[in-house]
Design a protein around this ligand. Structure first.
Ligand code: KIV
Ligand code: ZN
Length: 402
């Protein structure tokens, strides 16, 4: 792969789906996999084949049906996991097995109860086994960011010598800062024989809110694959959010001049699709896909945006697929239309509150030809500030709540 291209590795269906509130049915996983392919992800981690029969069946079906991206299954560095993963991806156009084994002393001692030497041997043996099934093997030293650096380099070197084609350096517990995450990539590139022959990959968790920043720092330090999830779902505080990385690469192409395959205008639709299938959506103030990401409430901001969106918007909503300028209502619209649009926007109003909102709406509609979503959001916000709309709470899963 060209050094100037970033591959997007989506793990919404694996690291994302395994986290609380995010499980999906077989059918939902397949639908989302098709959408992720349409979005342009390069590698789709479809599940953890040995984890359950459901995961195995979903990976198998995705491997058969979704042909554009590489399809990966996760596997622990164990024979039975690798055999199961190999079986699950065998019908894929381009199968990948993703083998992981912890490398930090704390994981080796308390979780695996093995020493460094044994871990080294196991990693090499299992990567070689995975290579006997597929040409494309990714290896992850779990908890890489808390692993002794010299041992990490040895560990990664052993996996490369055994045939790994991608080396992923996960910040499993979201511990790293951008400086030390980038430094780890530089150490591996400088000190591990064969590191120049493999793709280095990022995998960041968001426990300190740094997952995307760490990902970008690693790209600067030579990573050319980024692992991420839609809406940033994932274990605990989540994984690096795909849409945020993609938007950063677009908006700050001056600092990150890398090509990639994503169609950014599909970001929001895919984010919505995921939200509709799991039990929560992104916070309203979530970057790129949150309900308020392109809402302007302050008068000064609104005025600026109306004269020139670039005054307060660093990307257009349309560029990431957020629908805009939906001229939903006008002075001829009735109470019912208002209630249903407010509901779509996330506000469920009592009959009394709807009366207040409708009066304000008709006054506005008299002055203004077209009432946009933003006008309605501002109208509700204004009345909430003055405490006369008490029940206008964003509805979970609505456009605003998500
Ligand atoms: O966070 C992590 O370390 C993982 C690995 C399995 C790559 O998800
Ligand atoms: Zn993870």
């Amino acid at each position: 792969m060209s050094q100037d291209r970033i591959a997007f590795f989506d793990t919404t269906l694996r690291d994302g789906e395994q986290s609380p509130g995010c499980s999906m049915t077989h059918h939902e996983k397949l639908e989302l996999a098709h959408s992720l392919a349409g979005l342009g992800v390069d590698i789709l981690e479809a599940g953890f084949a040995i984890a359950s029969d459901g995961d195995f069946a979903a990976i198998t079906a995705i491997a058969e049906e979704v042909r554009e991206p590489k399809i990966a299954s996760l596997a622990r560095a164990r024979r039975e996991d690798i055999e199961r993963a190999a079986k699950a991806v065998e019908r894929a156009a381009r199968p990948r097995i993703h083998v992981f084994l912890a490398s930090s002393d704390i994981h080796l001692e308390y979780k695996l109860k093995i020493g460094r030497e044994e871990a080294l041997e196991q990693a090499a043996e299992m990567v070689a086994l995975a290579r006997s099934y597929v040409d494309d093997v990714e290896f992850s030293p779990e908890d890489a960011t808390r692993t002794d650096r010299e041992f990490l380099c040895q560990f990664v070197g052993a996996a490369i010598a055994a045939g790994a084609t991608t080396i992923n350096l996960p910040d499993t517990v979201g511990y790293a800062t951008p400086e030390d995450y980038a430094d780890m990539f530089r150490s591996v590139r400088e000190n591990v024989p064969g590191a120049d022959r493999v793709i280095l990959s990022t995998h960041c968790h968001n426990d300190l809110g740094l997952a995307v920043a760490n990902t970008l720092a690693a790209i600067r330090a030579g990573a050319r694959q980024v692992e991420c999830t839609i809406n940033g779902i994932g274990e605990r505080a989540g994984n690096a959010a795909l849409e945020e990385i993609a938007a950063a690469l677009r908006v700050r192409a001056d600092a990150y001049p890398y090509a990639h395959n994503l169609k950014l205008e599909k970001l929001y639709p895919v984010s919505r699709q995921l939200t509709e299938r799991i039990s929560f959506g992104p916070a309203p103030n979530k970057a790129v896909v949150g309900g308020n990401a392109f809402a302007h409430e302050a008068g000064i901001h609104q005025h600026g945006v109306l004269s020139n969106p670039l005054t307060y918007e660093i990307m257009t909503p349309a560029s990431v697929g957020v629908p805009t300028n939906r001229m939903v209502l006008g002075k001829h619209s009735g109470r019912h239309a208002l209630r249903s649009r407010l509901h779509e926007l996330g506000y469920r109003l009592s009959a009394a509150d709807l009366d207040i909102a409708y009066r304000a709406f008709t006054e506005l509609a008299d002055r203004k030809k077209a009432i946009y979503d933003l006008d309605l959001i501002n109208l509700v916000a204004h009345h909430q500030r003055h405490e006369d709309l008490i029940s206008a709470e964003p509805v979970a899963g609505s456009e605003l709540a998500s």
